[in-house]
Design a protein around this ligand. Structure first.
Ligand code: AMP
Length: 402
């Protein structure tokens, strides 16, 4: 069975075509700058060169059509015909309280995703564009939605409610939802298998540290707390997002800086975080080299990030009554031995320590704690596309004749 995995952002579409017989990627790529000048499709058939296909791509529907044409192209395509795609798996950011698992998309499910757009106005509408485009182009191919929030639907009320009047939760669904769920679930599963244990027997803290960053406490297989909240703005300090701040700062800024609500939103989402602290960059690679040259604010941004991650780890150890494994994933987590070392420095009280030699690993699944550590520390590259493909496969194998 061949699964087309689609991840639509506001101006981009990332995709992979995965053969589920051996879980191999046949082709992958990205449509960039939708609706802007310079839009193009970058398409890479596995094991071959990348082709750049510049074209006017006014919307997601045109982008999806271009991807399908590339997939069936006689020169750089990987399938003969569109009908070789057995099912489509869509990443959907927000599933609200309705979707605690991946689902086959029906008209009713579409309405549910539309309803969640009210709480995720930036993310769910482009996801819906992608779904609608695929349903139009491939009307008889089953489509599945895989939600970023679903894995966190097991959070208990004490972890997901804010200290606001309860009526606001009932009226508007104002609560913690959490994000990066497919990533947290995947790396926890891999960690459990590397420990030759079942996730249901372990307490795992997963640190998804990329441009967006979140941490999750997974107790005996279930997410019981996570750092992102009602939106992906809460929690850790991130590339350009502030993470948690005192909410009283918002009316203060509105008054003192004469800012409107959209301006504040832009400030907190795109101009804060390590970019705001360093005044230099949202990329940890830039900060690490600037700090090495003696740039104090870059050093401060690095210190602040590592401190926050460590604080969350401590908090989640308390929430779970202990921990068996800590996992690092995403851009920083997979590639920065320096940051991993800084975060774990001081966790010896838990009965763990990083092995400097093992910690040199980049982008590969490996245990990085010292031998016989009570708490194992792992680097595990995330693979959200594979989770989407697996969920789609599991849902569709019942309805597709193989
Ligand atoms: P992601 O959002 O998971 O794609 O992660 C992107 C972020 O990972 C970038 O903004 C960088 O800050 C970070 N990153 C990638 N490679 C490295 C590296 N070798 N060292 C430090 N940070 C890295």
């Amino acid at each position: 069975m061949k699964i087309f995995v689609v991840n639509c952002g506001s101006s981009s579409i990332k995709y992979q075509l995965i053969n589920m017989e051996n879980e191999t990627v046949l082709a992958k790529g990205m449509v960039e700058r939708i609706g802007m000048e310079g839009s193009l499709l970058k398409h890479t058939p596995t094991g071959k060169y990348t082709v750049d296909l510049p074209e006017d791509i006014p919307d997601h529907a045109v982008g999806i059509k271009m991807i399908i044409s590339a997939l069936v192209n006689p020169e750089y395509g990987v399938i003969k015909d569109m009908s070789d795609i057995d099912a489509v798996g869509h990443r959907v950011v927000h599933g609200g309280e309705r979707f605690a698992d991946s689902v086959l998309i029906t008209q009713d499910v579409l309405k549910g995703i539309e309803a969640c757009a009210e709480i995720a106005p930036l993310h769910n509408p482009p996801n819906l564009h992608g779904i609608n485009a695929c349903m139009e182009i491939m009307p008889t191919t089953p489509q599945v939605a895989v939600f970023d929030t679903a894995f966190h639907q097991t959070l208990p009320k004490v972890a997901y409610l804010y200290g606001l009047p309860y009526e606001l939760y009932v009226k508007y669904g104002l609560r913690r939802y959490g994000f990066h769920g497919t990533s947290h679930k995947y790396v926890a599963q891999v960690a459990a298998s590397m420990m030759q244990e079942h996730m249901t027997d372990l307490r795992i803290i997963t640190c998804h540290l990329g441009n967006g960053a979140s941490i999750t406490a997974i107790k005996y297989g279930k997410s019981i707390d996570t750092s992102m909240g009602y939106t992906p703005l809460e929690g850790l300090i991130m590339g350009t997002r502030s993470g948690e701040i005192d909410p009283a700062i918002i009316p203060f800024l509105m008054e003192k800086e004469n800012m409107t609500a959209p301006q504040i939103d832009d400030y907190l989402n795109r101009r804060s975080g390590i970019l705001g602290i360093s005044g230099l960059s949202s990329d940890f690679r830039d900060l690490e080299s600037a700090a090495n040259r003696g740039d104090e604010r870059s050093q401060l941004a690095i210190d602040l990030f590592a401190y926050k991650v460590k604080k969350y780890i401590g908090g989640y150890v308390a929430a779970m009554g202990g921990v068996d494994a800590i996992v690092f994933t995403a851009g920083v987590g997979e590639n920065s031995p320096f940051m991993r070392d800084k975060i774990c420095n001081g966790l010896e009280y838990l009965g763990t320590r990083i092995d400097p030699e093992r910690n040199k690993v980049r982008g590969k699944a490996q245990e990085i704690s010292v031998k016989r550590a009570n708490v194992k520390i792992f680097v595990i590259p995330t693979n959200e596309e594979l989770v989407i493909a697996r969920d789609t496969f599991n849902i569709c194998k019942r309805i597709i004749k193989l």
